[in-house]
Every structure is written in structure tokens, then in C-alpha cells.
Design a protein around this ligand. Sequence first.
Ligand code: SF4
Ligand code: SF4
Ligand code: SF4
Length: 263
Amino acid sequence: MCKPRLAVFKFASCDGCQLSLLDAEDHLLAVADAVEIVYFPEATSRMEEGPYDIALVEGSVTTPHDAERIQQIRKDARYLMTIGACATAGGIQALRNWADEEEFMRYVYATPEYIQVLETSTPISEHVHVDFELRGCPINQYQLIEVIRSLLAGQTPRTPRHSVCLDCKRRGTVCVTVAQGTACLGPVTQSGCHALCPSYNRGCYGCFGPALQANLVSLSEQMEREGASKAEIAHKLKNFNAYSPAFRNESTRLVQLEGDQRG
Ligand code: SF4
Ligand code: SF4
Ligand code: SF4
């Protein structure tokens, strides 16, 4: 029997999510035995054309060429999964969506006239239908392996959608906000890291994106009561998942309110 054909594609990204997959080592080998990896430039020179049974896509759409390429990948893929904050929310590079990208290019490139970019960095789901989104910056490699295993077993993949706070409670981590007054996005951030940052006495900065039914307004109000300004809270939200709708809406609301107050 033919093994399912798996392909891994890169768009605008740092490659960190693909490296997470490679770092999974033994677990990856178990999966590699069950699939045929036919396109994965980060790991192998084998680069076969579609069709593919599973396509993993890292990175955001930032150029006209990206926007064309993802259409072809979608046509070639039976199941398309985006991996990481770049692919699921536009990534840190989506900060340019609030800025003048031509000005950015003038600062970065000696000859910007040769660069062709879109005005925005957008998640893959704004361009094609995505079957599953795996969050994180980077992704949790074990979640990825588990999702691939589910697909191979014919099951619908699932990842937890609760907030980081619940993981703090489960592992017995003392809340850094309550104990130290440290600002933390954990109440509105999706689980996936086993509450890593709070376990090192740091606040969460939201790298797994918004949790299901996250109450952003309530968290902002709480942070303001603790002394943070609207601009500071908006700045915290403008991170790896800045362009995810929930974080984007709240940072926009806060910036508008700040502007209104200043008159
Ligand atoms: S989500 Fe983070 S780790 Fe993954 S490719 Fe983007 S920047 Fe790199
Ligand atoms: S440290 Fe952050 S994530 Fe953990 S319980 Fe407190 S607010 Fe929630
Ligand atoms: S605690 Fe927050 S910022 Fe830290 S790894 Fe987890 S989701 Fe990312």
C-alpha cells in the first residue's frame, strides 16, 4: 500500500517551526516511517511535485509570488495544515500592516526598487481554505507529531484551546501576576507550552495566540487597574500574533481610546 505523501512548504518565516519538526527526532522517525516525505527543502533534496496527501505550510504571505504559490499548493494538497504564528496569524512581520512598508524597505535595503512585496503580511487562511491551524512561535513539536498521527489514523486532529492559566494551575506554578504584579497575557493565550514562561517567573507574551473565547477587554481593564497604560497593553498585544483577529481588535481599540483621551 502507498504511504501518504507529505510535503513541507516555507513562506515568510524564520524556519523555526520546521526546525521544531526536525528536533522531534525519534518521534519524527516514527512518523517518517508511516509517510513518504516527498517535499521538505529544509531537510532533504527530494522535491517532488504534487499531489500531496498532507501539506504543512510555515510562514505568511508577503509577496505577490507567495499569493500565487499558495493557490497551487492548495490545489495539490488533500489536507493543508498551517504551522506556527507566521502561517496562522501573519507573524511578527505583520507589524508592518500598521506601518508604511515602503519606508521599512528604504531602511533595510540599499536598492528597494528590486523588492516586490504586498502591503501586508497575512495568514495563509486569508488566501486559501486551511484544514487545520497549529499555533505557536514556534509550534510545539509534540503537538505537530500528534496531529499528524491523528490524520494518519483517520481521526480529526485536536489541540487544547484553553488558556495558559489552566496549565499554571495544573503544574502548580505560582501566578506571576498575583505574586509579583508581572503583566501576563496567559489568561487570553492558548495553551501549548505547559505554561513555560510563568514557570520561569516571566509573564506570558502570547506566542500561542488567542485562547478560545478570550476576554481581551477584561484583561486590559485589569492591567490598567494595575498601572499599565493603554499604549503599553496594546504594545504587548502587538507581538507574534499581533494580526490575529482577537489581539488585533483589542490593540486597535486601545490605541483608539488612547487617541480619544488625548483629544
Ligand atoms: S512562527 Fe515563530 S518560530 Fe515559526 S516560523 Fe514564524 S517566527 Fe519562526
Ligand atoms: S502566571 Fe499568567 S498564565 Fe499563569 S496563572 Fe498567572 S496570569 Fe495565568
Ligand atoms: S507562556 Fe506564553 S509566551 Fe511563554 S511559551 Fe507559553 S504561550 Fe509562549
